[in-house]
Design a protein. Structure first.
Length: 201
């Protein structure tokens, strides 16, 4: 009888571990949007911005607001990785649009507090660092890589640490499916209940 209790206990604990591990990572599904209100004085730098791919833009309260469709990602132990594949923004000289820097395939990493993107063919470069986070959104500050690229390409002053804009993101989390370990957990708990009932009888 004791062996049966131990076997039922091992079955339940093993299954609980599988259920917990499955619940630790949640998938982000396409459908949400990240909106960025550009607050940096691009005009003062002689720069303009346009959209790439599936990104869309409008002017609200005098500021450019760019929407980037969320294409996937994950949330693991409270840390989100939010993907925006197929969209981006192009920064160019207002006086010469042929000279530009393309930022595409943004990835928001809430664990590191960064936003990375592909920059003119260079993959996964950190372009923004998080600043303050409050009810208005996430402050995005120029990271050194992007600030250096703007200086090299356009002769812009060093903007490292300066505010680029405010981001608001609303990723959609996939429904949590019944984990593969759930039937094992149920079987283990049922075995416990059955053995306890037999012992009482």
């Amino acid at each position: 009888m004791r062996r049966l209790f131990v076997a039922a206990g091992v079955l339940a604990v093993t299954a609980w571990g599988a259920v917990s591990a499955a619940a630790a990572t949640l998938d982000i599904v396409p459908g949400g949007t990240t909106s960025v209100e550009v607050t940096a004085d691009l005009d003062g730098l002689g720069l303009s911005a346009g959209t790439i791919g599936t990104a869309t833009a409008e002017v609200a309260d005098g500021n450019l607001v760019v929407d980037f469709p969320i294409t996937g990602g994950s949330v693991t132990d409270g840390v989100a990785m939010i993907e925006h594949v197929g969209s981006g923004v192009e920064i160019f000289l207002t006086s010469d649009p042929s000279s530009s820097i393309s930022l595409t395939n943004f990835l928001i990493d809430t664990g590191e507090g960064t936003v990375s993107s592909d920059v003119n063919g260079i993959a996964n470069a950190v372009v923004f660092d998080f600043g303050t986070i409050d009810d208005s959104g996430i402050q995005l500050n120029f990271a050194g890589f992007l600030a250096g690229a703007l200086t090299a390409a356009f002769g812009a002053p060093n903007t490292t640490g300066g505010e680029f804009g405010i981001a608001n993101t609303n990723p959609e989390i996939a429904p949590i499916p019944l984990p593969a370990g759930a039937p094992l957990l149920i079987a283990g708990l049922a075995a416990f209940a059955f053995l306890r009932r037999r012992k009482v009888a």
